[in-house]
Design a protein. Structure first.
Length: 451
């Protein structure tokens, strides 16, 4: 008995230590079994307390009355499947007649307390079937991406969601996106994860960094074009608009709209073209969009209008030509001038880190979801990298990207530098690299030369 007691104390102490220091390990060793048992034991009473039950059918009441049996109890949703994951439990429920997926979503917070879980979210899979994802610990406190990721062309895993699933940046589903974040909010880390995920793919990266290139120039070996000031950015965007027109001419020539060509083979964008004719897709990263929209003179105002017009054209027409925009900024509001709200309307994906004012959060999510705006302005300053991600459908999630240093991203870009395509339209903007012992060379053709 003494040996058993000592062993039990050691197990309890180990479980407590793991829960404190390594919650992920605790969940995989002890938490998942205890949580599954707790859900199964409490399920009926919890559903009844949360108002997620329906009265018994009339025929069952009539049968109980005829046979003189007790009145049947109210019925909760059926458990179709209970699946443990590395971060929690996934409960698939079959709704009873008269129940709605919104009822489960509205009771998520009560389910979290009743089942003693860290977080509970729900989504409707199909009519009558709801998936409830429960997390056993704070997965965003120490982000650990799963070893197995569902990577596809133009689909990049960039962060972890609060329900334990992976947040992907899928350019073919959401071609253009807006990313906001104040200084030290984690926006740069999010951008580094994005570049590191795109580096191994067959894609051309184009950067516009008006901070003299300090954010994107270390990654220059993987970039086909870089601009470090608004003047060069205007010329670079004009070149991209010209490339877009040339790609459309290619698609037009290869559409093959004849009676004997199947509908599935008629080309409408670059992904419908044969692989040997398909132009390389281009991802344009704008590091600070406000610098492109500010002006202090008439000449700068003309340049500003030229830049915003080109961005709006690329956002409206670039998807089919394989040109995708990733607009980043600390501040994004209507005071940046005409065309800004038109540009925002074309940016389907929205990600907001901690912002300094509610107006920026409204620009990101005001036309999508008021709840997302409230969640964005409540992000604490001490948790860098925490963000709200949403899209035009109204859905949103809390996400956090794993910390990636500039050195790690630079190494990834250098390792895949051989994948950098040389695009003739963008050749004048190809960054020129020098060793540290040589004199510095201007990043772009319009940058002032060093003395």
């Amino acid at each position: 008995m003494t040996g058993f007691t000592v062993a039990l104390v050691l197990v309890v102490a180990a479980a407590g230590l793991l829960r404190w220091r390594r919650p992920a390990w605790y969940w995989l060793t002890f938490g998942v079994a205890l949580a599954a048992l707790r859900v199964l034991v409490r399920y009926a009473s919890v559903m009844d307390a949360c108002g997620l039950t329906v009265p018994p059918a009339r025929w069952r009441l009539a049968l109980a009355r005829v046979t003189n049996r007790p009145v049947p109890e109210s019925r909760p949703p059926r458990i179709l499947r209970l699946r443990p994951t590395r971060t929690g439990l996934v409960l698939r429920l079959g709704l009873r007649p008269g129940q709605d997926a919104f009822d489960v979503a509205a009771a998520s917070d009560r389910l979290r307390h009743s089942f003693s879980m860290y977080g509970v979210t729900s989504r409707e899979l199909r009519s009558g079937v709801v998936e409830v994802r429960m997390t056993g610990y704070d997965v965003l406190k120490r982000v650990q991406m799963p070893a197995k990721l569902d990577t596809r062309p133009m689909r990049v895993p960039v962060a972890l969601r609060e329900d334990g699933s992976v947040h992907y940046r899928d350019y073919r589903a959401v071609p253009h996106a807006l990313t906001l974040g104040a200084t030290e909010s984690g926006k740069s880390v999010y951008q580094r994860n994005l570049v590191a995920g795109l580096a191994p793919m067959d894609v051309a990266l184009v950067g516009i960094d008006c901070k003299q290139g300090v954010e994107l120039f270390p990654l220059a070996r993987r970039f086909s074009a870089l601009a470090d000031n608004p003047d060069t950015a205007a010329e670079l965007l004009d070149a991209l608009v010209s490339r877009m027109g040339a790609v459309y001419q290619l698609i037009r020539a290869e559409q093959r709209v004849t009676a004997d060509v199947p509908d599935a083979e008629i080309a409408a964008d670059i992904w419908d073209l044969p692989e040997h004719l398909r132009p390389v897709p281009v991802v344009v990263l704008v590091d600070e969009v406000a610098e492109l929209a500010l002006f202090a003179s008439k000449d700068e105002e003309k340049r500003r209008d030229r830049i915003i017009t080109a961005l709006v054209r690329l956002a409206q027409l670039g998807r089919a030509a394989g040109i995708y925009l990733e607009i980043c900024g600390q501040r994004f509001g209507s005071e940046l001038g005409k065309g800004i709200t038109m540009l925002r309307a074309q940016l389907t994906g929205r990600t907001a880190h901690r912002v300094n004012d509610e107006t920026s959060a409204n620009m990101a999510f005001g036309d999508i979801s008021p709840d997302a705006v409230l969640a964005a302005i409540q992000i604490p300053a001490e948790i860098r990298g925490l963000a709200i991600a949403g899209d035009s459908t109204g859905g949103w999630h809390r996400i956090r990207a794993p910390h990636t240093s500039l050195r790690q991203t630079t190494n990834t870009c250098n390792r895949h530098a051989d994948r950098t395509p040389e695009l003739p339209e963008l050749a004048p903007f190809r960054p020129r690299l020098t060793s540290s012992c040589e004199a510095p060379v201007p990043l772009s053709k319009t940058a002032p030369a060093s003395a």
